[in-house]
Design a protein around this ligand. Structure first.
Ligand SMILES: C[S@@+](CC[C@H](N)C(=O)[O-])C[C@H]1O[C@@H](n2cnc3c(N)ncnc32)[C@H](O)[C@@H]1O
Length: 356
């Protein structure tokens, strides 16, 4: 008889076997419109007279609105209660504060773009992770056919593009205020955010530094949404949106460049090209701010960064790096005084300076 005390605890394995089911439960509930329906306020209660608690909706009412099978929907909703996305009341279900903030289309803090992108595009790409590891390349061609520049893939259709950019935006809102606060950037006067997408980092920087002006520089396909978001911001008068390709077009002048979730997209050769272009354009004393999630020095954590690195493997040419790896790239490009700052948000910050 085996001694039970020698049997390793299977909890970690069992948890990971279940983990994708938890993700898919949330993705499906978002996609079906559960959280939006609950955010839309009180519906009819179980007796058809209107729910007693604002924001609480009865199962039958929700099933009708979402055109779902009531029994199956009940299973999904109860699972969402267990996942702390919903609360169950006597009269029905309501969003938790986190679901109301991040899982509803009309919330300014929504992460629904990235969730939708994860549920549709990333889910398919990740289904070929084994092949990505065997071949060391992204999975766009295998999953969707065709090939070409990676951002043509992200922007395959207008909907895919908008979903992706809103996804970046949702993460940006919870990260950029930490990134621009990681170092004192008060001496800089003009920030150029390369690949700035919706402009959340430039907006956060201008909000934090009242004298700063900013440029959001991105591919023409991304700029309409950037103009929309920047135009609606409190600092719109200090920001401009410029279309261009950071590998080939002249970079707008500035004394502080930013690359947020840009370097992790590309091969080392392309990173070197981009860093050389930035270095050449910066005045002496100018800075480069990098926003990425930093790996620990031994590369075994944090888990979030490692999952992001595998994500990069499936959909880009790049990966996540340690501070030491960024420092080596930056020093090779001529930069000095490389400093890293880990934040409590999904992105950390690195600052490097061109010698004065
Ligand atoms: C991963 S997203 C990061 C967006 C943003 N910096 C953020 O953190 O939310 C990469 C961005 O780089 C832009 N981009 C990709 N290739 C580019 C290029 N060659 N020139 C300019 N922008 C580019 C994309 O359009 C996209 O907005």
């Amino acid at each position: 008889m085996a001694d039970d005390t020698t049997v390793p605890d299977p909890a970690v394995i069992l948890d990971l076997m279940e983990a994708f089911r938890r993700s898919k439960t949330m993705f499906a509930a978002v996609s079906l419109g559960v959280f939006d329906a609950l955010a839309d306020g009180a519906g009819r209660g179980p007796d058809g007279t209107g729910s007693l608690t604002p924001g609480v909706r009865a199962l039958a009412d929700l099933a009708k609105q979402l055109a779902a099978d009531p029994g199956a929907l009940e299973q999904l909703l109860n699972a969402c209660v267990a996942l702390q996305l919903l609360v169950k009341h006597a009269g029905g279900y309501a969003n938790t504060p986190a679901a109301a903030a991040y899982l509803c289309q009309r919330s300014p803090r929504r992460l629904t773009g990235y969730l939708g992108f994860s549920n549709t595009v990333m889910w398919q790409l990740w289904s070929h992770l084994e092949d990505a590891v065997r071949e060391g390349t992204h999975r766009w061609a295998q999953t969707y056919g065709g090939d070409g520049p990676i951002f043509d893939q992200f922007f395959r259709t207008p909907d895919a593009k908008r979903e992706f950019l809103w996804g970046m935006h949702g993460y940006g809102l919870i990260s950029s205020p930490h990134v621009v606060n990681a170092f004192d950037l008060g001496k800089y006067s003009r920030l150029v955010d390369l690949g700035g997408a919706t402009g959340h980092l430039a907006i956060a920087a201008c909000e934090r530094y009242p004298a700063l002006e900013g440029v959001v520089f991105d591919l023409p396909a991304a700029c309409p949404l950037a103009r929309e978001v920047v135009g609606a911001s409190r600092v719109a008068e200090r920001l401009t949106v410029v279309e261009g390709d950071f590998f080939t077009d002249p970079l707008p002048p500035g004394d502080l460049y930013a690359v947020g979730r840009i370097l992790h997209d590309w091969t080392e050769a392309k990173i070197r090209t981009l860093l050389a272009r930035i270095y050449e354009r910066l005045p002496a004393g100018g800075g480069l701010l990098i926003a990425e999630k930093l790996l620990n020095d031994d590369k075994t954590g944090p888990r979030w960064a490692l999952m992001q690195s595998l994500n990069m493997l499936t959909c880009t040419e790049g990966r996540e790096r340690t501070l030491g790896e960024y420092e080596a790239l930056l020093v090779a490009a001529g930069f000095e005084q490389v400093r890293g700052c880990r934040t409590s948000s999904p992105l950390d910050a690195v600052l490097a300076v061109k010698a004065g």
